[in-house]
Every structure is written in C-alpha cells, then in structure tokens.
Design a protein around this ligand. Sequence first.
Ligand code: SAH
Length: 251
Amino acid sequence: MVSFIGAGPGDPELLTIKGKKIIDSADVIIYAGSLVNPQVLADAKKEAVIYNSATMNLEEVIQVIKEAEDKGKKVARVHTGDPAIYGAHREQMDRLDELGIEYEVIPGVSSFLATAAVLKKEYTLPGVSQTVILTRMEGRTPMPQREKLLDLAQHNATMIIFLSVGMLEEMCRILRQAYRPGTPVAVVYKATWEDQKIVYGDLTSIAERVKEAGIRKTALTVVGDFLGDEYELSKLYDRTFTTEFRKGVTE
Ligand code: SAH
C-alpha cells in the first residue's frame, strides 16, 4: 500500500495523527526534501529506507514505489502542506493506476492555511471578500490563457500567490492595475518554521521590504483588505439572525 501524505507547512506537530502513524510504520519513505521539515520523519523506523525526491524525477519515484510494492513494503510518499496544492501529485497517482498499485491520500495543513493562522487573520471577511483565489505567477510553468494574474485580480478577492515571491515587483505592478495601490499585502516566509518571517506592506511598498528582509523563496504573498480592520459582523453569530441551531431574538 502506498500512502500520499500531506506533511503540513513545517511545524512537525501540524502533521495529522493519521499521517504520523503511517510515516512511523513505513518501510520506505519518499519525501520532498526541499520543503518537508525532516523532523516530520523523526520517529520513522530505524530500518526504514528514506529517499529525498528533490533529486529524483517522476520515473525514479515510481520505480522506488514499484520495487517496494513488489516486495510487499509499506510506502509513505510525503508531500509538503497538502499534496493537492501544487504537489505534482496527480501524475504519480495516474502512474500507480496504470501499474495497478493501490494508494490512499492523507490530507495535510496547506501552507496557505498556516499562513492565515500565523497572521491571525480570516480570509473570508463579510463585506470584504467571500472568495479566496489560490494562484501563482507565470514563471517557467506557463499559466492557462484565462488565468492570467491581471484577470484574476479584477475580482479584488482575497488572493494567495504561491511560488512567486522572487517575482514580487512584477506581481505588484500587475496587481496595482486592478487593486487600489494601498491594498494591504503580507509576505510570510516559512510559516510555522522556527525561522518564519512576516513582512507587511501594501502593493507599493512590499517588494522593497521583502528584498530588505532577504526573502527569495518558500514564501506566500497574500493580498486583500482582509488584512485590514474594516468588515461587517457575521450573520452566523448575529443575535438577531436565526440559524438551524439557534433562534434569533427580535429587537
Ligand atoms: N503543497 C504545498 C505547496 C507546494 S508549492 C502546500 O499545500 O502548502 C511550494 C510553495 O508553497 C512555496 O514556493 C511557497 O510559495 C509555498 N510554501 C510551502 N510551505 C510554505 C511555508 N511553510 N510558508 C510559506 N510558504 C510556503
């Protein structure tokens, strides 16, 4: 059996109990060494064989899984955050389907959720934004025609940009064409790791501040007025609003 596991954003205590149990009992572990905190593997079996997928291509990863599977070994394929977000996960599952190898997926805490937690913010503020866009800038991997950053930015929704902090200046230049230039922005480097850094600014100031902080990778850029302090109170906890579980009072 192969288990794809979301290792969480960094802090090893943010691994799910289910994911940890599988890692701790696996015979073969393949982990994304560029981003997964090695401490997530701290309680792996002494005899477990551990591979770092940062230096492997898809064929090599599949080969390791197949050989282990042929010997009846238990494989943990450990991805950073949640594998469903920029995990290059689907192509592995499809190969396993072709080979008739069974697998399961254990979700993890994605870095975008850890980022909201360390910022102590909510992405979906009533009257501000009720939509969250997860995206990336076009780099060596092109963006589909209808998902250019400027098109997505037209909504002024809460936007979370992965994999792109190295292009922050260009990113802000594009976003300023759709959001107010004063729209707040935060860049979170290595959310929940010991060397986490948070830089605040707006669409005109953030690029310079992030450069000063020396952040070039492993960071998320979050944009939107959810970072501000103006919003409406929720209906969910409004004393005059009736919900399935609670009758509202009439004033
Ligand atoms: N599957 C992962 C994302 C992998 S893509 C997830 O769910 O989080 C890698 C990108 O994710 C990085 O370039 C960075 O933009 C972001 N990232 C991953 N871990 C992060 C962390 N702890 N803090 C901030 N950004 C992180």
